[in-house]
Design a protein. Structure first.
Length: 129
């Protein structure tokens, strides 16, 4: 089956051009290049556990605007502590949002978060190992 190298659509045998992109079709698609590889996450650390969706979203946006990679993991979901996003019917103790930052950006991220949230951030901070 031929594929479009631009939009990655699959076509029936005998088709030579993509009907959407007008690109010449190829026999095999090149692997998708991602921004990160699994080894890029080896040096990421959980730096804080926040209890508010709003705080988690605010810090994530601020760090991304500063060019700092950040991942926020939900610890609560539809069925309590499960990692699924959403409102839990029965929130368990300690549920919240873990802020993950690459080690080489922790100092800069900490300064931004401390300026934004002050005591809220310092109390949510996880001590360095």
């Amino acid at each position: 089956m031929p594929f479009c190298p631009k939009c990655r659509a699959e076509y029936e045998a005998g088709t030579t051009r993509c009907s959407d992109c007008e690109e010449a079709l190829v026999a095999e698609l090149a692997p998708v290049e991602t921004e990160f590889t699994p080894t890029d996450y080896d040096n990421w650390k959980c730096v804080a556990n926040l209890t508010s969706t709003a705080y988690a979203e605010m810090i994530q946006e601020a760090l991304r605007e500063a060019g700092i990679p950040v991942v926020v993991l939900s610890q609560s979901g539809y069925f309590g502590t499960s990692g699924m996003m959403g409102t839990a019917l029965f929130n368990s103790a300690g549920a919240g949002y873990s802020v993950m930052i690459p080690e080489d950006h922790i100092t800069e991220a900490d300064a931004i978060a401390t300026e934004m949230f002050g005591e809220i951030w310092t109390s949510a901070r996880i001590p360095a190992e």
